[in-house]
Design a protein. Structure first.
Length: 293
C-alpha cells in the first residue's frame, strides 16, 4: 500500500533548511546544481498521489518515500546519469543530491526500490511482455545499401497515418499502451501547471511543431539462436530467434547517414512565440503504429 506522502510545501521547507548552511559556507558547491534545484523546488508532486494510488495494493507494508523516489528519477535524468546502481551510490555519497530528492543520505532508497517504481508506472502486461521476450521472431540483417544525405526511408506501411487519423476521428484511443500512466503523470505535473502559469500561451490556439528522431535500442540485432544449424555447419541461417528488444527494427538515420537499430519517435511540442520557449507535450512512438497492423 501507498505510505506517507510528504506534502510539497514540507519538502520545500526541508530543502531550504538543509541547503542554507551549505550555501553560506560553500556557495559554488550549491550553485552548480542551480538549474536542477529550481526545477525540483517548483515541481509540485502532490497531484501525483491520486493518479498513482491505484498502482499500490491495499494490503502489505506501506511503500514509503514515493515522491522522493520520483524526484530521484527526475534528478538522475537532469544530471544525465543512466545507471540506477551508480546513481544510488552518488545519492548516498553527496548530501546535496540526497537533500534535493528530499532525504538524508542514510535514508536514500536502494536500487530495488527504484526498480519497483519503474514497474509500477510502466503498464506493460507481464504476460504479454514474457510472451514477447520468449517467443521467436524473424531475423533481419543490417541493410547494405546506404541512402543519400537527407533522403528518408520510404514508409513501410503506407497509409498508416490515414488509418490513425480515421480511428482518432471515430473517437478511438489507445488505452492499453504501457506508457499511458507516464503520459497522465506528465500531463498533470508538467503540462497542466505550465498551461496555468501561461507558459504555453493561449491553450485554445497552440502553436505546434513536430519532428522525428532516431532512438537506438540497447538490444542486440542478432538475437539469440535457438536452432541447431550451427551443429550442422550452417552459421548464417535465417531461422527465427529470440530477441531482448523484439520491437526494434533497422531504420535509416538520414541526418547521420547510417543505419540504426531501434525505434523512430515522433515528438510534438507546443511553442510559445512570446516567451520563446517550448514544451514537449506528446510523444508518439512509432512502435504504436504496429499495434494497429
Ligand atoms: Zn538456424
Amino acid at each position: 500500500m501507498l505510505g506517507y506522502w510528504r506534502p510539497h510545501i514540507d519538502y520545500q521547507s526541508f530543502l531550504v533548511e538543509k541547503l542554507t548552511p551549505i550555501f553560506l559556507s560553500d556557495r559554488p558547491f550549491v550553485e552548480q546544481y542551480e538549474k536542477a534545484l529550481s526545477k525540483l523546488y517548483s515541481l509540485d508532486l502532490d497531484p501525483l498521489k491520486p493518479i498513482i494510488a491505484g498502482r499500490y495494493s491495499h494490503t502489505g507494508a506501506p511503500a514509503i518515500n514515493q515522491p522522493e523516489l520520483f524526484r530521484s528519477f527526475i534528478l538522475m535524468s537532469e544530471l544525465k546519469i543512466h545507471s540506477i546502481p551508480k546513481w544510488v551510490q552518488m545519492l548516498r555519497n553527496n548530501r546535496i543530491l540526497s537533500y534535493m530528492i528530499g532525504l538524508e543520505p542514510s535514508q536514500v532508497p536502494g536500487v530495488g526500490s527504484h526498480y519497483d517504481l519503474v514497474n509500477r508506472l510502466w503498464l506493460e502486461n507481464p504476460d504479454v511482455e514474457y510472451e514477447s521476450l520468449h517467443s521467436l521472431h524473424s531475423f533481419s540483417r543490417k541493410p547494405h545499401k546506404k541512402l543519400k544525405k537527407n533522403q528518408k526511408q520510404p514508409p513501410q506501411h503506407p497509409g498508416i497515418i490515414q488509418k490513425l487519423v480515421d480511428l482518432a476521428l471515430q473517437g478511438a484511443s489507445f488505452d492499453s499502451r504501457p506508457e499511458l500512466l507516464m503520459q497522465q503523470i506528465f500531463a498533470k505535473i508538467g503540462v497542466e501547471p505550465s498551461a496555468k502559469a501561461g507558459i504555453l500561451g493561449n491553450v485554445k490556439k497552440l502553436s505546434i511543431s513536430g519532428d522525428g528522431t532516431c532512438i537506438n535500442s540497447g538490444g542486440s540485432s542478432y538475437g539469440i539462436k535457438v536452432c541447431n544449424c550451427n551443429q550442422k555447419g550452417i552459421y548464417n541461417c535465417d531461422c527465427k530467434r529470440r530477441f531482448s528488444d523484439p520491437g526494434a527494427r533497422w531504420g535509416w538515420d538520414s541526418y547521420h547517414e547510417c543505419w540504426f537499430y531501434g525505434y523512430t519517435e515522433y515528438i510534438l511540442s507546443a511553442y510559445n512565440k512570446d516567451l520563446k520557449c517550448e514544451l514537449v507535450w506528446f510523444k508518439l512512438p512509432a512502435s504504436m503504429a504496429y499495434l494497429l497492423l
